[in-house]
Design a protein around this ligand. Structure first.
Ligand code: FRU
Length: 488
């Protein structure tokens, strides 16, 4: 097993020590991107939940700040949201703009409880999140008699002049509204019979409006986490495209439509940044780069888990309807140290078209066209293989991952071998981002995203190889980049 320092990502957020899970309270204010996160500082496995806190101006270099929220006599601080209260609508901020945070209070279990009793709490900050006060009237929403009632996302909805909260209630989300950020009225629920479900509650909802690219229209996107039976097995993020009128979310698709935001195994509890200025206009998403079935067992000791690379989401028309597309944040371009172009060419089996060593972080961008009955195999580092193939005019991606030695759960749960159907064969773009313990892959101009952890046994130098294993493959506009953290 490689020393854990060789697994600490270069470009992805990790806690200095301790355990991390969901991103919480992603909000932009006064030039800073805030990242709060589920944090247990006393061990590198899940424990009594705090909100860790870090800030960044470029989403790549992060400054760790003191813990924002810690457990109190009411309970632990589970996932939630932060939002700018412009004009002190809550009356908690002495007439000035400030930050509100909503989190789930998870109380101690009583003898018959299956889960921690959950209600919604409010905290506020006058100084850009450096200090927080918990609202004296907590909880702001008491538990309505549900085992699962958690992960509030709150935003100001101008058309209805209300704060909106979307929160999971079992296998649904419920929508609440408020004018003062403290008293909440139930509006509606959504989810029964829609999209993907397993036997557990949905988690970590987000709800936001996004423009349809190339149009003046927009849609609302509802994001929810599926705990155990997502696309690639384990935890994953699904989304719905629809309309929202301030009280109700209406799905544009038929109830059986299932849309996965990412087709990997390590993209969970996805949240988007609130309050990014209109002049920027981006919808930026971040996910916890892990998966509950093995999250507590990955092979690091003093810290555990990382966030994904932040991604810009856009909504584009496709043959199947409107679909979210992903792009790595443009800030990533500043990390490029070297960029080597590869000549446009057609390669036949069995040719290695690229074999190169890399260390720390790297990126491969290219366009590929596969003849029918052809395959291209990418091995970015030891233990991970991605195979793009064509058969009978259709493109597929096979994702393979092996486990290095570890504990029993890790060895059983971590490996995988699954397929992703990519539709009719065509020229498609690939964007592969590699860091010390992750492989993030965007295909077809970001129409498909695949995020997977990787813990190679060999390192710190890795070998990437790209081979044509059958048929013929043409590549063009290919570049191999080595990356380093930008100097700040
Ligand atoms: C999702 C989740 C949330 C909960 C938090 C606890 O990963 O289970 O539903 O609030 O983690 O840490």
């Amino acid at each position: 097993m490689l020393a854990e320092k060789h697994y600490r990502p270069l470009l992805h957020f990790t806690p200095a020590f301790g355990w991390l899970n969901d991103p919480n309270g992603l909000v932009y204010k006064d030039g800073e991107y805030h990242l709060f996160y589920q944090y247990y500082p006393c061990d590198s496995v899940w424990g009594p939940m705090h909100w860790g806190h870090a800030v960044s101006t470029d989403l790549l270099s992060w400054t760790h700040l003191p813990i924002a929220l810690a457990p109190d006599t009411l309970g632990m601080c589970f996932s939630g949201t932060a939002t700018v209260d412009v004009g002190d609508k809550s009356g908690l901020l002495n007439g000035k703009d400030g930050l509100l945070a909503y989190y789930t209070i998870a109380a101690e279990k009583r003898p018959d409880d299956v889960d921690f009793p959950q209600s919604q709490g409010l905290a506020y900050s006058h100084d850009n999140g450096r200090h927080w006060s918990k609202f004296s009237g907590n909880p702001v929403i008491a538990n309505p008699g549900l085992q699962d009632f958690r992960d509030p996302k709150v935003f100001w909805h101008s058309p209805s002049q209300h704060w909106i909260m979307v929160v999971t209630t079992g296998q649904q989300v419920s929508i609440y509204r408020s004018t003062d950020a403290k008293n909440w009225l139930f509006s509606s629920s959504f989810g029964d019979g829609h999209g993907a479900h397993d036997e557990r509650a949905w988690e970590c909802p987000d709800l936001f409006e996004i423009k349809i690219e190339g149009s003046t229209e927009s849609r609302w996107i509802l994001i929810v986490g599926v705990q155990r039976e997502a696309y690639a097995g384990g935890s994953g993020t699904q989304y719905f495209v629809g309309q929202f009128d301030g009280e109700r979310f209406i799905d544009d698709h038929t109830p059986e439509t299932v849309l996965w935001l990412d087709h990997g195994r390590d993209f969970y509890a996805t949240q988007t940044w609130a309050d990014i200025p209109h002049s920027d206009g981006r919808r930026l998403a971040l996910a916890w780069m892990s998966c509950w079935p093995y999250a507590n067992h990955t092979p690091t000791q003093s810290w555990r888990s990382a966030m994904s690379m932040p991604q810009e989401l856009t909504l584009k028309p496709t043959n199947e309807g409107l679909r979210l597309h992903h792009a790595f944040i443009r800030e990533l371009e500043a990390t490029q140290v070297t960029s080597q172009p590869l000549a446009d060419n057609t390669y036949t089996a069995s040719t290695t078209l690229l074999e190169t060593e890399w260390e720390a972080a790297a990126r491969l961008t290219l366009h590929v066209t596969l003849d029918d009955n052809s395959s291209l195999s990418l091995t970015p580092l030891q233990g991970t293989q991605l195979i793009l193939s064509t058969q009978n005019g259709f493109l597929t991606l096979r994702c393979l991952r092996f486990a290095a030695r570890g504990d029993e759960t890790y060895e059983q749960q971590f490996p995988h071998d699954y397929m992703l159907a990519l539709g009719a064969n065509r020229k498609i773009s690939l964007d592969l981002l590699l860091d010390r313990s992750s492989v993030e892959f965007l295909l077809d101009d970001g129409r498909y995203a695949v995020t997977n952890l990787a813990f190679p046994e060999q390192g710190p130098k890795h070998l990437l190889s790209v081979e044509v294993t059958t048929g013929a493959v043409s590549i063009n506009n290919a570049h191999w980049h080595t990356l380093a953290l930008p100097q700040t």
